[in-house]
Design a protein around this ligand. Sequence first.
Ligand SMILES: Nc1ncnc2c1ncn2[C@@H]1O[C@H](COP(=O)(O)OP(=O)(O)O)[C@@H](O)[C@H]1O
Ligand SMILES: [Mg+2]
Length: 221
Amino acid sequence: MTEPMLDVREITFRFGERTILDQISVSVEAGEAVAIMGPSGAGKSTLLNILLGLMAPLSGAVHIAGQSMDGRRRRDAARMRQRHIGSVFQHGELLPALTPLENVIVPALLAGVPAAEASARGRELLEAVGVGDVDLSSDRLSGGERQRTALARALINRPSLIVADEPTGSLDVEAREEIADVIFSAPQQWQCALVVVTHEPLVAARAQRTGMLRAGGLTWQ
Ligand SMILES: Nc1ncnc2c1ncn2[C@@H]1O[C@H](COP(=O)(O)OP(=O)(O)O)[C@@H](O)[C@H]1O
Ligand SMILES: [Mg+2]
């Protein structure tokens, strides 16, 4: 059996007295997509923040590409994130003054990839996700183009895992379907694991598995 790209083992997380995650486990292999649904405030973003190493669980373990995220110091966690994880948020979260290509290559440049190589890889990814005009100012992009660009940026360092927090939450119905198709094709195309938090059953339907997070527990449907 191949080692999962993401392996979450019985993590518990509390804010004060309140248990947000109660011994949550999930494991996702390369090429596989998992959707996480659940009411607002259930802890979905908290779970993603733990995967990203931005918050530490009280107990349990997170392994990404076989490497433990436990007890990592700030700088190590940042390096793990840079090397192994790509993220997509609700509004794309691009730097508006930069072009799509510049936005996409920033994480590669930060990881020490030479500019020419980063640029070539960025152009290839933008073409693959369907962004035509790579040299336009990013504040001129549509919501859908922003999310395509954010996905290309998430892929630039060839991540083991992509996490997406309501990536279609601010799109109209048509763009939502298109962007959901593009995001959910990424695991197979780029051999990574994908975890998507969404409120939309039609989006979640593209995943191999959907987990419902409620009252601290994750149940699979
Ligand atoms: N810094 C914090 N301190 C205390 N409670 C928090 C903090 N951040 C978030 N919460 C609470 O934790 C719960 C889970 O939040 P979140 O993970 O953002 O939920 P979701 O993404 O599922 O809507 C919410 O009830 C929220 O109010
Ligand atoms: Mg949230």
